[in-house]
Design a protein around this ligand. Sequence first.
Ligand code: RP5
Length: 164
Amino acid sequence: MKYKKKSHKVSIVMGSQSDYKTMKNCEKVLKILKVNYETNIVSAHRTPDRLYTYAKKAENNNISIIIAGAGGSAHLPGMIAAITRIPVIGVPIESKKLKGLDSLLSIAQMPKGIPVGTVAIGEDGAINAGLYAASIIATYDNNVKKTLLNWRKKQTSKVKKKPK
Ligand code: RP5
């Protein structure tokens, strides 16, 4: 298959500036794996018009995977998934009161018909969302496949056989 850089941009969105400290981990991973991405703040309840326009235009904007981080009553990933057929990976942000359990359940418990792939709460989830997006892209892009396999190889080599 011919490799078109333009054809696999990942779009990272988050409900608030306060989510960025978590979601920048996702950017870091995509940077290492040489996957194109863009990052925006889109709030389902504070900027509903922005959300609608973003999701409606996602396909025309060459976005192939959306990673959406949200906390609390985290409806952002589900709302985006309802508007576009582009796969959405939801990152539950750790909330102050319920430590992200609210975010996790809101994102994971989508009723049948509109799926949202859900990762772990917080930083681990943001990192895994980036890796997951890259692994999907690696099914059709050999350059990303190489960077991903290399990353995993390095991770494996860092694990010592004996504890100190
Ligand atoms: C959600 O509300 C955001 O995703 C964020 O995790 C949470 C709190 O937002 P701020 O009050 O910090 O802006 O919409």
